[in-house]
Design a protein around this ligand. Structure first.
Ligand SMILES: [Zn+2]
Length: 70
C-alpha cells in the first residue's frame, strides 16, 4: 500500500491517495494536482509526487555500472 498526502506538495489540502503501487499514486496524485491545483503535469510533477510519497521507487533503476564504454 502506497500513500500520498497532497499537503506534502500543496500545504492546506486534505486530499490523500492510497493505492497498491507507486505508479498508481503518481497517476492519481498527478491527476488531482493538475485538475484541482492547476499544476503542470510532466516529469517534474511525477518526481515531486514520488519524493513526497514515503515509498521507495522500485522501478526505473539507474545504471549502476561505475564505468562502461559505449
Ligand atoms: Zn490537493
Amino acid at each position: 500500500m502506497k500513500k500520498f498526502r497532497c499537503a506534502d506538495i500543496v500545504p492546506g489540502c486534505n486530499a490523500a491517495v492510497r493505492t497498491k503501487t507507486i505508479d498508481e499514486v503518481v497517476a492519481q496524485a498527478g491527476g488531482h494536482l493538475t485538475s484541482v491545483h492547476g499544476l503542470a503535469s510532466g516529469p517534474d510533477l511525477s518526481y515531486r509526487v514520488r519524493i513526497a510519497s514515503p515509498a521507495k521507487v522500485s522501478s526505473g533503476r539507474r545504471c549502476a555500472a561505475p564505468s562502461h564504454s559505449l
